[in-house]
Structures are given as C-alpha cells and as structure tokens.
Design a protein around this ligand. Structure first.
Ligand SMILES: Cc1ncc(COP(=O)(O)O)c(C=O)c1O
Length: 371
C-alpha cells in the first residue's frame, strides 16, 4: 500500500488552478443568472467584439473605450490574433529569455525572427535591449509578461516599465503586455500597467485572461489596444469563428459584475501564497543547491541548479518517481539545460513538499552517479 501511495502522480508542471480553489458554486450561480436574465446574448452568435456587458466591464477596468477591447476564447486566442495581425515572416519580435513556450512556438510558426533578451529578477534587461536597438535591431513587437512571469515568476520594475515605453517610442515598436497573472499578487506593491503608463499614445497592446483567476475551462481572455488595431483584429475574429463563446462570456460577465470575481481572486491568492511558501521551504530543505527568487505572486518559480546539472536526466528520473515539472530548455531558444520551472498552482502544499522531496531524491541519485 505504501508503494502505491508513494506512486501517486504529482504535477509541478501544470500552470492551472486545482479544482479545490475554483469557485464552483459562484460559477454555477452566475451561470443560472446568465441563463435566466441574459438568454438573448448568451445563446446567440453575438459579435466578434465579444459579449457587450463583459467588454464594458473590461473597458471600465482599464479606463478605455469599449472600441479598444476585444474579448476572445482565452488570451491564447488574443495572442494569436495579435501576432497574425502584426507579425509577418522575417519580422523581428523581442521576447524575454526565458519566456512562455507557446509564445515561442507561435512566433516560430509565423516565421518571425525572435530576438531573445535576458530576463533578470526585476524583468527584461532593458539595457541589453537598448544596445540591440542601438546596434540596428528594428523589432515590430516586444512580448513582455510583466507580472509573475511565466516561467520565471519575476516582476518587471516600474523603472523598467518606463524605460521600455521610452524605447518603444524612440524605435517605433509595439509593446505586447501579456498579463494573465496581474491580479495574483501575494505581497508588495501593485505596479501600474504599461498600458496605463502609455496614456493612450498607442504603444501598448494589453492582454489578460480569466483562466488564472476564475478557471481555464471557461476560455475567456481579452485584448486592449488602439481602436484601429482592435477593429482589424475584430475582423480577423469574425473570419475565424464569427464570434467567441457567448455562453462562457455571459457567465464571466455575470461573475464580474456580481463581485464574485473578487472572492475568487482572494481564494486563489490565499491558496497560492501557501503553495509558494511550501515550494520555497521544500526547495531550501531538500535541494540546498537550488537557486531561485521567491515570486511575489502568480503560479511559477524558476529554479537554477549548479552549472552542468542535467535537468533532462533529472526530469526523466523524477518522472520515474511520479513527479513532473517543465525543463528550462522548453522556455528558451538556447540554454536552460540546468534550470526548471516549478508550477505550484495545481496541487496542495503537502503534495508540493512530497513532489520536491522526490525530485531531490532523483537529484541526489544523479549527483551520486556522476560523482
Ligand atoms: C503568459 C501567458 N500568456 C497567455 C497564456 C494563455 O492563457 P489562456 O489562453 O488560458 O488565457 C498563458 C497561460 O499559461 C500565459 O502564461
């Protein structure tokens, strides 16, 4: 029995909330109200802009006109529309190194030339970017995940936000502020979005999502940007799917307007703070070699092991012990062989501790084999 219990699979890979922290009852109530009070919008095609009441809520939240918003099926769809609209084959796009693996894939599929700029604990190395720009790089777009970055958990400082806007202005590129984790700050001061700092100058397109604060299955996200660009993306959306999922958006609109979203965010934040703490103390205790910056929010923590550590082998050995994480190499064009991403979102603290203990066991075994 002990062996069976030990083999329970533990995911430190999934960037998704576990079911126990999803507001199932509030979602059911929001769905009931949406179906009772909003059947015309919920059950029709709607328009590619998204559900009107949800678009209005998002516009108000970001102090923009509704014409500057498009609500999509998850923010991944928003990202894809933006890339499709703005990025052509051979165009240069700045990304953080490391960055979200699906961004890298999407840009690669479009034939973009990816310019990877190192990520530091306070965000992208803006001076390295400035040097690349001075050296002649002319990006169309810079993809930035400003808060509790995926995969590193780092947050872009206010100084760097301002500097990025200056660079965007000077060299004429668009900042894509990809911000699904913004609401999940456990401590420290909330920083202004680059969208708000830009004050309507049109240098920023902003994306966020309800996947991390409500649930990923609902598939609702959005883009905010210059009205002209959003109009062209709405056209692209019409040609792609006529309109996004109106049932889901009607439920989210009700969830937001009723205030249930605030409760949901509190629940997720409280649980994830404990999970982050469990991750950090388990790493300190079981893998003293691990180097990491404790994130101030979000879902992820990035671990650097001593140079020369073989994280691909560690991954295989951990999987034999029933634990999965994501290798650092998945988030980079080159490098990352001795790094990994731990997602602490998908399992409770006791499983995190058990999972990290098993990874530590695998690490010790591999260290012994090479000693
Ligand atoms: C940085 C970033 N952007 C976009 C997404 C896509 O989120 P969704 O399509 O669920 O809104 C994710 C999901 O993990 C993410 O981490």
């Amino acid at each position: 029995m002990a062996a069976v219990a030990e083999l329970q699979n533990i995911s430190l890979a999934r960037g998704a909330p576990s079911l126990d922290i999803i507001a199932v009852d509030d979602l059911r109530a929001a769905a009931d109200r949406a179906f009772a009070n909003d059947p015309n919008a919920a059950f029709s095609y709607g328009t590619s802009a998204g559900h009107t009441r949800l678009v209005a809520w998002i516009a108000e939240k970001h102090s923009v006109a509704p014409e500057q918003v498009v609500a999509t099926n998850g923010s991944m769809q928003a990202d894809a529309f933006l890339f499709q609209q703005v990025v052509g084959a051979g165009d240069v796009v700045v990304v953080e190194a490391p960055t979200y693996d699906r961004t890298l894939l999407a840009l690669r599929n479009l034939g973009a030339e990816v310019l990877a700029i190192p990520l530091e604990a306070d965000g992208i190395d803006v001076e390295a970017l400035a040097q690349a720009l001075e050296g002649g790089a002319r990006p169309k777009l810079a993809h930035i995940i400003p808060n509790f970055q995926n995969p590193a958990g780092y947050t872009l400082s206010l100084e760097k936000r301002t500097r990025l806007l200056e660079l965007a202005d000077r060299y004429g590129f668009l900042i894509f502020e990809d911000d699904p984790y913004v609401e999940l700050r456990f401590e420290g001061e909330q920083l202004p979005t680059m969208l708000s700092l830009d004050e309507g100058r049109g240098r920023v397109v902003y994306a966020s999502s309800y996947s991390k604060t409500v649930c990923p299955g609902i598939r609702v996200g959005y883009l905010v940007g210059p009205a002209e660009l959003i109009a062209s993306i709405r056209k692209l959306a019409t040609g792609t799917y006529i309109s996004p999922n109106m049932v889901a958006q009607s439920i989210v609109a009700e969830f937001c307007h009723s205030g249930a979203i605030e409760r949901s965010i509190e629940t997720v934040k409280e649980a994830l703070r404990d999970r982050r703490d469990a991750t950090a103390s388990a790493l300190e205790r079981h893998i003293p070699d691990a180097r990491f910056v404790k994130p101030q929010g979000g879902y992820f923590l990035w671990v650097d092991l001593p140079e020369g550590s073989d994280v691909a082998a560690l991954d295989a050995a951990s999987q034999e012990r029933g634990v999965v994480f994501v290798k650092g190499t998945d988030f980079l064009i080159e490098g990352g062989e001795s790094s990994l991403r731990i997602a602490y979102s998908a399992v409770p603290p006791d499983q995190i501790v058990e999972g990290i203990a098993r990874v530590a066991d695998a690490y010790r075994e591999l260290a012994g084999a090479t000693a």
